[in-house]
Ligand binder design. Structure first.
Ligand code: IPD
Ligand code: CA
Ligand code: CA
Length: 255
């Protein structure tokens, strides 16, 4: 997974350097697919399929490709943070998770520009690079906490709900950030950089790796409704176990 992420990232880093030259096609409002994106997914598909023939592959761009092995699925976002990429903002990632019998067991989130490599294996922990073990932040009080979120953009649902949630949360916390790559938002919660992160209307390829990273770093992840699987992405809240109920309370106050 790391080899695949690095190889795809090399191509993305090259294309990032020429971002203004890229040919761009629109895939729905506000959601761009670039040549770089498609090339990166192709690279990941080829390397992962060769390494584990038969595994299924769920990619943002190509959808589900069923393999002969129904128990294993790669879940891949070749470029998470497309809008940043398009605007030459160096905050985006290659995101890969491996699901075994419906459960995420490993993940890699790699920023091709900073070379931050976050990776996780179920039961073994989450790491940054070769040896830095990730731990969620220990802050217990909202008024000293920095939260990340995602702001819905053109074509996305939930603008009114988001404003209500922001209104509730921002009165209680030290800061709210919108950095633009869900995979890195979660990795940064795992690394203790953000104290919590919430967002709605995401997809499994945005969050599958990061959910496991936060859990393996001592954090708690749930949906905002507290039922259903946060890996599906419909809504997600990740933080340390002390802050989790406090952020939930603020979000629920938004109605
Ligand atoms: C997006 C990013 C962003 C989140 C969006 C996602 P993309 O993924 O993760 O942070 O707010 O909802 O769709 O489109 O850049 O792969
Ligand atoms: Ca994404
Ligand atoms: Ca993407």
């Amino acid at each position: 997974m790391i080899d695949a992420a690095r190889k795809a990232a090399r191509g993305l880093a090259r294309d990032f350097g020429e971002v203004t030259e890229l040919q761009v096609s629109k895939k729905g409002a506000g959601d761009f697919v670039t040549n770089a994106d498609l090339k990166a997914e192709q690279t990941l598909f080829e390397i992962l399929s060769k390494a584990r023939p038969g595994y299924s592959f769920l990619g943002e761009e190509r959808g589900m490709v069923e393999g002969t092995d129904k128990t294993h699925t790669w879940i891949v976002d070749p470029l998470d943070g497309t809008t940043n990429f398009m605007h030459a903002i160096p905050h985006f990632a290659v995101n890969i998770a491996l699901q075994r019998e419906g459960e995420v067991v490993a993940g890699v989130t790699y920023n091709p520009i900073t070379h931050d490599l976050f990776w996780v294996e179920k039961g073994k922990g989450a790491f940054l690079g070769a040896e830095k073990r990730l731990r969620v932040a220990a802050r217990k009080h909202l008024d000293e906490s920095v939260l990340a979120t995602g702001v819905p953009f053109v074509g996305k649902p939930g603008h009114g709900q988001f404003l209500k949630e922001l209104h509730q949360v921002s009165q209680k916390v030290a800061g709210v950030r919108r950095f633009g790559a869900a995979s890195l938002d979660l990795a940064w919660v795992a690394a203790g950089r953000f104290d919590a992160y919430w967002e709605r209307n995401l997809k499994p390829w945005d969050v599958a790796a990061g959910v496991l990273m936060v859990q393996e770093s001592g954090g708690k992840v749930s949906t905002i409704e507290e039922h259903g699987d946060p890996v599906q992405g419909a809504s997600i809240l990740a933080s340390n176990p002390e802050l989790h109920p406090q952020v939930l309370k603020a979000l629920h106050a938004a109605g």
